[in-house]
Ligand binder design. Structure first.
Ligand code: HEM
Ligand SMILES: N[C@@H](CC(=O)c1ccccc1NC=O)C(=O)O
Length: 263
């Protein structure tokens, strides 16, 4: 066994192939920024899927360890935007044309992470119709209970009064705000010492969402400085579309409960 053999570096390092002609110096940065993101997303999915399985088996502590790792990856991904921010609008404009209609909309791993965190949207699968492998990964994520679903099921098994409508919901649909969950969390947040495991997990989920939003925010800000208000190659309005995505929330009840804490 050798370093390059074990890591299959010949495959990995042959996969950066700029297509601009003459080759633009900065296209390699653009490719590597995306590829490293996709590699980390692969690990994020792996960890979140395992976290779901562990929650299903009532193994909370190891599930929290997976979530902790995901949080560190998210921080790396958010920090990484500063590398791409060295790409000036002038430089990007010189090779943007070669990207055609390609865009981040077509990242199936990103979409799968959104699904695992509960932002399900079956329509988003259309983009991947001609990609059987991507469709299989997304279908699994769409049809499986989200991380939040698994946590709420675990709470129900532990005796918390989780409404049946929540436990029996169609997990292929996007999560919508469940007002009757807020009192359950209010009790947990009012008495953390008595509900430590649940309390800690709630805060870990809020960390995950917070980190996800910070990634989205840095994407938006990087996009604003590189393409301004141009429309996206994927056909969206560009920055306005990405700005609206900042209003999405995975765990709305965990934010709502904060308003209910007396004091
Ligand atoms: C010059 C750099 C970038 C620009 C100008 C840019 C621009 C955009 C725009 C305008 C969109 C909306 C879709 C569209 O109409 O095209 C988008 C979506 C997206 N981009 Fe980027 N992007 C950049 C870099 C990146 C990088 C490095 C990643 C990392 C993988 C990424 C991931 C995504 C994802 C996942 C979406 C879909 C978001 C969603 O559906 O909520 N982008 N991007
Ligand atoms: N949507 C970007 C293009 C872009 O960023 C992109 C193009 C091809 C492959 C990945 C991309 N990254 C994220 O959207 C743009 O409108 O310039």
């Amino acid at each position: 066994m050798s370093y390059g053999g074990y890591l299959d570096l010949s495959t990995l390092l042959a996969a950066q192939r700029p297509i601009s002609r003459p080759e633009h110096h900065d296209e390699l940065l653009f490719i590597i920024q995306h590829q490293t993101t996709e590699l980390w997303l692969k690990l994020v999915l792996h960890e979140l899927e395992t976290a779901c399985e562990l929650l299903r088996a009532d193994e909370l502590a190891p599930a929290l360890k997976c979530i902790a790792r995901v949080k560190h990856i998210q921080k790396t991904l958010t920090e990484q935007w500063s590398v791409l921010a060295t790409l000036t609008p002038t430089e990007y404009a010189q090779f943007r044309g070669v990207l055609g209609n390609a865009s981040g909309f077509q990242s199936y791993q990103y979409r799968a992470v959104e699904f695992v965190l509960g932002n399900k949207n079956a329509k988003m699968m259309q983009v991947f119709e001609s990609d059987a492998a991507a469709t299989a990964i997304l279908r699994r994520a769409l049809e499986s209970p989200s991380l939040y679903d698994e946590f709420l099921r675990l709470l129900a098994r532990a005796g918390y009064p989780i409404p049946a409508s929540v436990l029996e919901r169609d997990v292929t649909l996007a999560w919508t705000f469940q007002a009757d969950l807020v009192p359950v969390f209010a009790e947990i947040y009012a008495n953390p010492d008595e509900h430590w495991a649940a309390y800690e997990t709630c805060e870990e989920l809020v960390d995950l969402e917070d980190n996800f939003q910070l990634w989205r925010f840095r994407h938006l800000k990087t996009v604003e400085r590189i393409i301004g208000s141009k429309t996206g190659t994927g056909g969206s309005s560009g920055a306005p579309f990405l700005r609206r995505a900042l209003e999405l929330t995975f765990f709305p009840e965990l934010y709502a409960v904060r308003t209910e804490i007396p004091g």
